[in-house]
Every structure is written in C-alpha cells, then in structure tokens.
Ligand binder design. Structure first.
Ligand code: MBD
Ligand code: FE
Length: 269
C-alpha cells in the first residue's frame, strides 16, 4: 500500500542519497562500511543512539516551529514505557537506598497556554545516575532505577525528589562512538532530566531539561540544548528546608514551568 507522504519523502531521500554517492564517488567498500555500521549499531544494543545524536534535534525543532507555550525536546534512545507510579505526594524517584549524588528537588507548575492550572498531568521522568548510566540500558542497575511516574496536584503543581545527574558520556567503544572519534568530536551531553507529560488537554509531550552553567551546554554532542529548556536552580543550605525534605545535606532546588496549548492546536494560529 502506498501513501503520498511516503512517496514524496522516501523517493526524495533515495534521490538525495544516490546523488550523494555520485558527488562523493562513494566506493562499494565505503557503502558496505556504512551498512555494516547500521547493523553493528543494532547488535550493540545502542538502539536509536546514532540517529538521535546526529538528527533528532533537527526533527524536534520542526515540531516546535510556531508552537505556542513550552517547546519539546529530543527523547533520546533510552526511554522505556511502563515505569512504575510513585507513591505520594511527596514523591521520591525510585532509587537505591544509598543512591549517590547531590539530592535534587525538581518542581514546577503545568498550565494551559492561557495560564489555567492543569490537574492530574502525568509526568514520566527518567534520568542517568551519578555515574551517567540509565537503568535497563547499562548493566548492574536495579530495574526502573531513576525512572518513575507521578502527577500534578489540583493547582497544577508537581514536585519530586531525586539526585542531580552528571553530564552524560555516550559509549565510546560502540559504533556511534567510533563515528564520533573519526570526526574528532567529544562524547558528552550536558546533565539532563528526561520527561514525558500526558494529559487529555494537550496529549503527550516530550521534554528534556538542562542545568544552568553546566558543562557541555554549549557543546552538546547531540546539539539539542535550547535556552528555553534550562532549569532555574538554587543550592539550598538552610537547615530547616533541608529537614523539611527529610534530607541530611544541602540539595539543589530546580524549577521549571510548562504551558501547553491543546491537542490539535494549529501552530501559529
Ligand atoms: C542520552 O541520554 C540522550 O539523551 C541522548 C540524546 C543520546 C544518548 C544518551
Ligand atoms: Fe539522556
């Protein structure tokens, strides 16, 4: 079965790549090393990493063009559906009893594009641990560690306690790492939190939030940082606020507010 979009896009892609082969006089050996790379990527279990590093931000920018309210961000290769619902509030992201890292309290408000609060928005959060590793992707981490779902309250507010992730280093020895090495690029993404948000009002949105003044903000290997996606953070050292969080040490307070137009809203209309 054909459809118009597939015909337009796939045939144009085919023409573009055939032209590319002619322009650069690509040899059969070079062609085969490219297909071998794609096969190796799948076998290495890197999922969509290669495409996500090089191309996902461009596709996300297309979706964000002319959009009212909060922009979306790249999903990356490590999202897993079905993360457990957290007990709460107060919510604590699933973690080892001795999870390493500076505690982080991530909170904010979710509203419509007009500022009306959205209650019962589902937030689906996933992040790397302090060694820069994701559960179910990297070995030796408990299932669902630093992944979980929770909701906004009646006023559209949410809050969850977790740990601050470090910058993320893409696996160096896999196929994507080999390509980055050959290009002389580094392997790092700035520290980030991944989120999916769901509500009947706006459907499903994907976000990713970065820490101000963090390393690699200006040189993300996936080129996905946008100023609108940077958290507002403060280091909290006040003993009363530390005790209120049930913590024994200073923590990072990170705030981000989302505003979303309804599902099906015409961008720029
Ligand atoms: C990540 O955590 C990520 O977000 C992306 C885009 C690529 C590799 C790892
Ligand atoms: Fe990530």
């Amino acid at each position: 079965m054909t459809n118009d979009r597939v015909l337009t896009v796939v045939e144009e892609l085919e023409r573009t790549l055939v032209e590319f082969i002619r322009t650069h006089r690509i040899t059969h050996a070079e062609y085969r090393s490219a297909t071998d790379l794609l096969v190796a990527e799948v076998q290495a279990g890197e999922g969509s990493l290669l495409f996500d590093v090089f191309l996902e931000a461009a596709a996300t920018d297309m979706d964000n063009h002319g959009r009212e309210g909060s922009i979306e961000a790249i999903e990356g290769p490590f999202y897993l559906p079905g993360a457990p619902w957290l007990d709460g509030p107060p919510y604590v992201l699933t973690q080892r009893p001795d999870e390493a890292g500076i505690p982080l309290v991530f909170h904010g408000r979710i509203s419509t594009e007009r500022g009306d609060p959205l209650a019962d928005v589902e937030l689906d959060l996933w992040q790397a641990d302090t060694h820069g590793q994701y559960s179910q992707i990297h070995p030796g981490i408990p299932e669902w560690n630093l992944r979980g779902r929770f909701r906004t309250d009646g006023q559209g507010h949410f809050a969850v306690r977790t740990i601050a992730p470090p910058p993320y280093e893409i696996p160096k020895d896999g196929p994507t790492g080999t390509v980055l090495s050959a290009l002389g690029r580094h392997f790092f993404r700035p520290a980030h939190l991944h989120l999916k948000l769901r509500h009947d009002y706006f459907g499903e949105r994907t976000s990713q939030l970065y820490f101000p003044a963090g390393e690699y903000l200006d040189s993300d290997v996936a080129n996905a940082v946008r100023t609108e996606l940077v958290l507002e953070t403060t280091l909290v050292e006040d003993p009363e606020r530390i005790a209120h969080q049930g913590l024994g040490q200073a923590f990072v307070d990170a705030r981000y507010d989302f505003a979303f137009a309804p599902t099906g809203a015409v961008p720029g209309a």
